[in-house]
Design a protein around this ligand. Structure first.
Ligand SMILES: Cc1ncc(COP(=O)(O)O)c(C=O)c1O
Length: 371
């Protein structure tokens, strides 16, 4: 038997830092080959390229670059597009570590971060001359504000301003920000796309060759590389992402409706529930509602609040989301750094990431939590 009779459905895990060249000429001229050539392990392997290529198709982009975490996909993007003197506008509800990066690394580089009201992006001054990029995170992953991606992109482009979008909540299965006009879309592949809480990865997909070259240059200069094992697992996760999303969405809607009826809860932040503040934006731009949502307890947490979390049998206490195990997280303390819109801030907020467990078990747990 020869190896070429072994035909598997999965992409092999190619490992390698060094790429071997067949002759002297091809080695000395390798830098002329462009970003798509295999020149060094850091520049991609067939495994990472397979994942990037599937994501490019899903996002309807021109190219995709991978980073070792969702956070690094965001920070690499910001470093690639902004320069000293530029302003980046972030939604007030942005993932808190991005705010930290802006206040530390971007600040040191002379790139200024400012924040807009996630519920009122129309108040952005798109015409200010120092504005380089408007960042969108839709929805805010804790407080669930959906944004009008198409409107922001239209207004930004009218003034030559770029738009980047963190689409990790929806994934490209439920929203394609590039189709709505964004220039760059970032996914925390860590979440729904890989889907099993066992790896960290991020992706950056772009709408133009110019941006592809810019991101590639930054990735090369910083030395961003990803593990082929993680890419293999992400490719495997992608195969079931559609089924997992549909399942967690169905369970999450049922749980959200149940939670809404609890006397101890004052609001459920789930876009499929009538009365949700940015429901029209969700309906217009998204194909589904996934399994991540939050709710707000009626009363400020008392001494017994912690005990509610410890009553749970199926729900685990933990950060992150998008995996097969359901998670519950008290409101993260550092979210209180919001500067523009402080609605729902504080310890009354609880976030749920619904997984694949039996819905009856989750209902029992939540009834115990809310009682
Ligand atoms: C909305 C959002 N974007 C990005 C990230 C970062 O992803 P990672 O954990 O892969 O760095 C997270 C992580 O929780 C997130 O919630």
């Amino acid at each position: 038997m020869t190896e070429d009779t072994f035909r598997s459905l999965s992409v092999p895990t190619y490992r390698g830092s060094t790429i071997i060249y067949s002759d002297y000429e091809s080695f000395v001229n390798r830098s002329k080959l462009g970003r798509k050539a295999y020149t060094y392990g850091l520049n991609g392997t067939p495994t990472s390229r397979a994942l990037a290529s599937r994501l490019t198709t899903l996002e309807n982009g021109v190219d995709t670059f991978l980073a070792p975490s969702g956070l690094m996909a965001i920070t690499t993007t910001l470093l690639a597009v902004a320069a000293q003197g530029d302003v980046i506008l972030f939604p007030d509800s942005v993932y808190a570590p991005v705010r930290r990066f802006a206040a530390t690394t971007l600040h040191k580089l002379g790139i200024r971060a400012e924040y807009y009201d996630s519920l009122a992006p129309e108040t952005i001054d798109f015409g200010r001359p120092d504005l380089r990029l408007v960042w969108i995170e839709s929805p805010g992953s804790i407080t669930m504000e959906f944004q009008d991606i198409a409107m922001i992109a239209r207004q930004a482009h009218a003034h030559g301003v770029l738009v980047g979008c963190d689409n990790s909540w929806a994934s490209p299965l439920y929203c394609r920000p590039l189709d709505l006009g964004a220039d760059i879309v970032v996914e925390a592949v860590t979440k729904y796309l890989s889907g099993h809480s066992d790896l960290l990865l991020g992706s950056i997909s772009v709408a133009s060759e110019t941006l592809a070259e810019q991101i590639h240059d930054t990735i090369r200069s910083i030395g961003v590389g990803v593990s082929p094992d993680d890419c293999f697992l992400a490719l495997r996760g992608l195969d079931s992402a559609g089924v997992r999303l549909a399942h967690v969405e169905k369970t999450a809607v049922r749980l959200a409706e149940m939670i809404r009826g609890a006397g101890t809860v004052s609001a459920v932040l789930h876009p499929a529930l009538d009365g949700f503040p940015t429901q029209a934006l969700w309906k217009r731009q998204y194909a589904g509602s996934t399994g991540l949502f939050s709710f707000v307890m009626r009363d400020e947490p008392d001494d017994a609040h912690g005990a509610r979390f410890e009553r749970l049998a199926t729900l685990r206490i933990g950060a992150s989301w998008g995996g097969t195990h359901s998670l519950i997280a008290p409101s993260p303390v550092d979210h209180a750094v919001r500067t523009v819109n402080t609605a729902f801030i504080g310890k009354r907020l609880v976030r749920l990431s619904v997984g694949l467990e039996d819905v009856g078990e989750l209902e029992r747990d939540l009834n115990a939590f809310l009682g």
